[in-house]
Ligand binder design. Structure first.
Ligand code: AMP
Length: 399
């Protein structure tokens, strides 16, 4: 990889600002899933083992800065303190939580650090200027350190003060998590072994326009499932009943089908139900025979077979978006079967973009069956769209 990584930096005795993704779910002050903290440990431990003073920055949730009452409530809800407590349990060094994002207390705490210690700064979004990449804020934070390490893959598609702003002013490198993400996504998208097959699903065509567009250019096949398939089926002239339909995207779907021709693979049958939350009738019908009053909630058996055939011999597969409403076991089969097909593909690189398809693969027990499951839904989607990720672009190239 062309970008510097943490191993290219001489970190001994240096104040290293590390942008991590500690945006963990917290309920009543308790962290319910610490995966994101765990994922940052390789970089943190490497820096500690090599004598750095590690200053961690992360956002947590959202902070409304327009209404004062809401700002205070959001700050209370999205306080980093529980994250510091959990981190202290996971590392073998001193962890100090600084309940500030700027000022004398933070500056003194950093001045008093010893090598091999950690400071976790309060939620970066306490600062109004964070999400706007306020230049004064980025410059101020940069002055608190000597080096910058980007290890928050879930945030690299955002040009914020803590992702891009700081990196503008300091020698910079990617952490191990970001390095692994970029290596895998780049191998799958920029330099794939062919055939490259893309599987796209999820709720809406509108969320995936740019990714369909890019993958139609670079992939050998683009398989479409999930809620967004029904807009395509409607564009083919089929009745889709009460299935998810984006009427304003029908023309675009037609255009994609004309452009993609045989490259674009659509479901040939679908599991339909008479109601979303309380279905009393569930059946599988051909895609062109969806009855009025029924909605498509999963791909059917024939489609699973078709997708399996299309995937035979694939050397690279990228997947973003579930094949059906997988959260409900009655409509999870399509997503589960796609997981199984990919798990059994011989010699293929399989990459899942983050978000719901990653959640589905993990929830269905396939976490270790893929070459790579991305930790960043938005970031991996933008990578698959062919967009430059600002938080990566700003990192210095290897010398
Ligand atoms: P996305 O975030 O765009 O990847 O969409 C994921 C969501 O799409 C999940 O919550 C699924 O339940 C939902 N989804 C998948 N298939 C369908 C469908 N046929 N109808 C409605 N929602 C769907």
């Amino acid at each position: 990889m062309a970008k510097q990584t943490v191993k290219d930096l001489d970190v001994n005795g240096k104040r290293v600002l590390v942008r991590v993704d500690f945006n963990v779910p917290i309920k009543e002050g308790k962290i319910t899933n610490d995966n994101r903290i765990q994922a940052a440990l390789p970089t943190i431990n490497y820096l500690i083992d090599n004598g750095a003073k590690v200053i961690l920055l992360s956002h947590l949730g959202k902070i409304n800065h327009k209404d004062e009452e809401k700002t205070e409530a959001d700050k209370k809800k999205n306080n980093m303190a529980p994250v510091a407590s959990r981190l202290a349990e996971l590392v073998n060094c001193k962890v100090t939580f600084v309940n500030e994002t700027r000022g004398a207390i933070l500056e003194e705490a950093i001045a008093n650090m010893n090598n091999g210690e950690i400071i976790l700064v309060q939620n970066t979004r306490y600062e109004k200027g964070e999400s706007k990449n306020d230049s004064e804020l980025g410059e101020y934070w940069a002055k608190l350190g000597d080096l910058f390490v980007s290890d928050a893959f879930g945030s690299v598609h955002r040009a914020h003060a803590s992702t891009v702003g700081i990196a503008t002013h300091l020698p910079s490198a990617c952490g191990f998590l970001v390095e692994k993400e970029i290596e895998n996504l780049s191998a799958a998208i920029d330099n794939p072994k062919r055939p490259l097959i893309a599987i796209l699903g999820g709720a809406k065509v509108s969320d995936k326009i740019a990714v369909i567009e890019n993958l139609l250019k670079i992939a050998d096949k683009v398989i479409i499932g999930g809620g967004m398939a029904y807009t395509f089926l409607y564009a083919k002239g089929y009745n889709v009943g009460t299935s998810l339909l984006e009427a304003d995207k029908v023309e675009l779907a037609k255009e994609f089908m004309e452009r993609g021709k045989d490259k674009l693979v659509l479901p040939v049958d679908t599991v339909v139900a008479n109601d979303f939350s309380n279905p009393t009738e569930i059946k599988t019908v051909n895609s062109n025979e969806i009855p009025d009053g029924f909605m498509g909630l999963d791909i059917g058996e024939k489609t699973i077979e078709l997708f399996k055939k299309e995937l035979e011999g694939a050397k690279t597969v990228v997947w973003n978006g579930p094949m059906g409403v997988f959260e409900d076991p009655r409509f999870a089969k399509g997503t589960e079967e796609v997981c199984k097909i990919l798990a059994n593909l011989d010699g293929a690189m399989t990459v899942i973009g983050g978000g719901d398809s990653a959640a589905a693969a993990i929830q269905l027990g396939f976490a270790d069956k893929f070459t790579h499951i991305s930790t960043g839904g938005g970031a991996s989607l933008e990578y698959m769209e062919g967009k430059e990720l600002p938080g990566i672009a700003i990192i210095q190239e290897k010398k």
